[in-house]
Design a protein around this ligand. Sequence first.
Ligand code: GAR
Length: 198
Amino acid sequence: MTAGKRAVAVLISGRGSNLRALIDAAAADDYPARIALVLSNKPEAEGLEIARAAGIATLVIPSKGKDRAEFDAEMDAALKANGIELLCLAGFMRLLTTEFVQAWYGRMINIHPSLLPAFKGTDVHARVVASGVRFTGCSVHFVSPEMDEGPIIAQPEATAEAVAAAVLEQEHVLYPQALRLLAEGRLSIEGQRVRVKA
Ligand code: GAR
């Protein structure tokens, strides 16, 4: 049943795994939103196939060669024509104009792959690793005119259970690797350091 559900457009540029998660969640009868439209600025976005397979209307508005104002106005008109009430950016890799953001403020959310306010922008995971931080996560936030700056709605809770599960997954990769090195005779102990022979 769709009566009473908010009409949502998901904006994508690529793979669409977050789109898939939203589609799956919205399939439940008691979910308060329905994915009414998937809009991509890239014709080749894989997420379009996910939408089509789920029977969801898709729309491609190519952004290439268009200036921001022109592209955003086209998108805004299409969203209105489709009766869209809420927007989810899900890997939508295009900066929006202040006009567009203000028009949708409070009705447009984004997912970003870091614990904001840390690691705004692109190339997030490489910068996380290079920085040496040992813990990262994701954030869902309202979109505001400054990139990745809007009020945060949700971040994963660092519960002891969640940390334990993440660490255990690493244990199961590292321990067999270490035993392999030991069994191959490639480890030598030098004081408090262990040297691994090539
Ligand atoms: C996701 O990791 C999302 O957090 C990120 O792009 C990826 C899209 O993957 N978004 C941003 O970096 C936004 N600045 P998906 O297409 O499989 O959902």
